[in-house]
Design a protein around this ligand. Structure first.
Ligand code: ACO
Length: 331
């Protein structure tokens, strides 16, 4: 048999930098009351959300992704010509083809990078991080730019009392590259297509063309809540176990920002020490789907609540159903 040379890479990978972008329009709970029978008190008490950011005129998935990616590249202090792959995680780029990642790579001045989009809803950043880490360690690219960007406001049904208040727009990006020590733990990920009907799109694109009705997101909130506080709690614990860590070795916890009450339940299950810094960006940003984890990471680092070199547990979960999480060293 002819021997084919295999690619080889560095033993470890880590996150070099993070950047994020939030759109300019602040939408408070009061604004939504013109569409749904609800109250600021109910939304705050049930979810933790006080406000979220939605795109304004001139802002879109592309502008948000470009801003977050540019910040991440600049902060990494690397030569962008060494970025060999660009991954965009999104469920809100409305072209079946081409993917948006090649255009972003071109506009960022890295035109020859491998570039593609992935779709894993709110788990999208952690799915992408697993790929980026594997790409770097296999020697397929020196650096990977991973972007997660969402404009969920456009697929939000403003008249749906169960979802109208949940989502916000935004983007986050990281540079992943080679490392002397390990900065990204084993991914714990999976899916349950048996629950595909728990979070859904109200119509496919074909039907949308026929009816002229743009599809929106639908969700069985109670089912998601139940799954997140039982199965996902165990998966989150497995991220720690697989990384060989105990709760007291953790500095920061960045769970997907789906609901503050889900975060509270995860905290109780994991028995994390009170010293662990917990992301609560949902209060100002809502649920940003794939972009949630990197946006929260950037917010905690920028505010000084978390610092570079600390150990963080991240996990995303959402439509599919899908989930992914890992322990990381903060950039
Ligand atoms: N305002 C006021 N009252 C409301 C509203 C509202 N917007 N919506 C429902 N209610 C009422 C209901 O009528 C019900 O009243 P009743 O008890 O008198 O019958 C009561 O509140 C409870 O209704 P539930 O539907 O059970 O509300 P719940 O407590 O489950 O909260 C929520 C809803 C916030 C959506 C919650 O289920 C949740 O956060 N789920 C998880 C969301 C999530 O994580 N999504 C995943 C990401 S999506 C993605 O992947 C793209």
């Amino acid at each position: 048999m002819t021997e084919i040379k295999a690619s080889t890479g560095p033993k470890y990978a880590r996150i070099y930098s993070v950047g994020s972008a939030t759109p300019s329009r602040v939408i408070d709970n009061e604004f939504l009351l013109q569409y749904i029978d609800s109250s600021d008190e109910w939304i705050t008490q049930r979810t933790g959300i006080k406000e979220r950011r939605w795109v304004a005129e001139g802002e879109n998935i592309e502008t948000l992704a470009m801003e977050a990616a540019s910040k991440a590249i600049e902060r990494a202090g690397i030569d962008r010509a060494e970025i060999g792959a660009v991954i965009l995680s999104t469920i809100s780029h409305y072209h079946q083809t081409p993917a948006l990642a090649p255009k972003l790579a071109y506009q960022l001045g890295i035109p020859d990078a491998a570039a593609y989009d992935i779709s894993a809803a709110c788990a999208g950043f952690c799915y992408g991080l697993a790929q980026a880490e594997a790409i770097v360690r296999a020697g397929q690219a020196t650096y990977v730019l991973l972007i997660a960007g969402e404009v969920i406001s456009e697929i939000t049904n403003l008249e749906d009392r169960g979802t109208a208040f949940l989502f916000g727009d935004g983007a986050g990006a990281v540079i992943v590259g080679p490392s002397e020590t390990n900065g990204i733990g084993p991914v714990v990920w999976g899916s349950d297509g048996g629950q595909e009907g728990v979070i859904w799109q109200t119509a496919d694109w074909h039907t949308a063309v026929e009816t002229g009705v743009f599809p929106k997101l639908g969700m069985d909130g109670r089912a998601v809540f139940k799954w997140a506080t039982s199965f996902i709690a165990r998966a989150t614990k497995k991220c720690l176990d697989d990384a060989g860590l105990t709760p007291d070795q953790l500095d920061v916890f960045i769970p997907h920002q789906a609901n503050d009450r889900i975060t509270d339940t995860l905290l109780r299950y994991l028995k994390l020490p009170e010293t662990v810094v917990v992301a609560r960006t949902i209060r100002q940003l809502g649920n940003n789907s794939a972009a949630t984890v990197p946006m929260a990471m950037d917010a905690l680092l920028s505010s000084g609540e978390a610092s570079s070199g600390q150990t963080a547990l991240i996990i995303g979960f959402g439509a599919g159903l899908v989930y992914a999480g890992q322990v990381i060293t903060l950039p």
